[in-house]
Ligand binder design. Sequence first.
Ligand code: NAD
Ligand code: UDP
Length: 339
Amino acid sequence: MAILVTGGAGYIGSHTVVELQNADYDVVVLDNLSNSSEKSLKRVERITGKPVPFYRADILDKAALDRVFEKENITAVIHFAGLKAVQESVRKPWEYYNNNITGTLTLIQSMREHGVKNIIFSSSATVYGTPAQVPVTEETPKGACTNPYGWTKSMLEQILQDIQYADREWNVILLRYFNPIGAHKSGLIGEDPSGIPNNLMPYITQVAVGKREELGVFGDDYPTPDGTCIRDYVHVMDLAAGHVKALKKIEENAGLCIYNLGTGKGSSVLEVIHSFEEATGIRIPYSVKPRREGDVPENYANVEKAYRELGWKAQCPGLKEMCADSWRWQSQNPNGYGE
Ligand code: NAD
Ligand code: UDP
């Protein structure tokens, strides 16, 4: 019996594989390495002391998926595989809809043909659009997304809900991640974006390590206390632990469940910069730039449901520690998994 982790070589996937193996689950990873390196899995093996069976395959390749389900005794799928760069999705909508939606439909087809009807899906806080009020609960209505990436998450949530409604043998857990940052304490695995980072934390760590000159802060005239946007930054190891809890929920035949995974605390861009500086002693030069199109001023989670139903709560004490962990990874691996 094994858990198939699609996209398991990526940032959140690799950390989740560590937590799964530490919880004694057998894991099989499938990834096309379009945004990751197999080295992450070698590092996972060093951390856990266990081999990570790996298939280099695409979720669009039905025959390849079938071979994995035929060979391995898969009981559930944790589905991370997908393209995730917001701005790129605006330029390449077809690629995003095809990869994320057609890919997931192909995965689901292969799953049901092999009698596997348990899935945990990586959704995102982006499905709330611009929330009317914060913190958002799982009952907060979904909103209009501002880019094709966000729509793939929103649409896939709907597709998975409809599939579970039509066939109650399915267990579907939708995990809406807020903003994952940090890295495993070993500094062996972490976030390794290709090209210029889109997200705040990898941009900060690349400035700190000398790869970028300064950070652009996208807007300081939002209706927030310091004028910069507010997000809910959650440690990637806490997110990983949330997947182990979600698997336990699936084992109870939970049906359809939706959970926010965040800390419940919002932090502004300037607070993140200052926490990083305090945690590392490194000054981050920045200048204020125009607002980034599509940015939501404020979004953070109400996390009571995940605590009530999964017994999950973020354990990392705060931003400073998350920053220290992001920095340990970046400073030990200035070029990520590259040479
Ligand atoms: P990532 O890019 O590091 O990991 C995704 C992995 O999927 C990569 O290893 C990539 O090679 C693989 N992949 C992409 N398309 C594939 C395909 N067609 N077939 C096989 N493998 C494929 O990203 P991440 O940050 O680890 O995110 C994991 C998931 O969580 C994604 O679905 C993402 O949209 C979602 N998510 C991420 C965030 C975030 O801020 N990082 C927030 C919310 C949701
Ligand atoms: N941000 C920024 N400069 C950057 C990257 C991000 O000021 O180089 C801001 C961005 O405007 C947002 C916050 O940091 O307010 C988090 O952005 P990220 O892209 O990491 O997450 P998301 O917007 O998807 O929540």
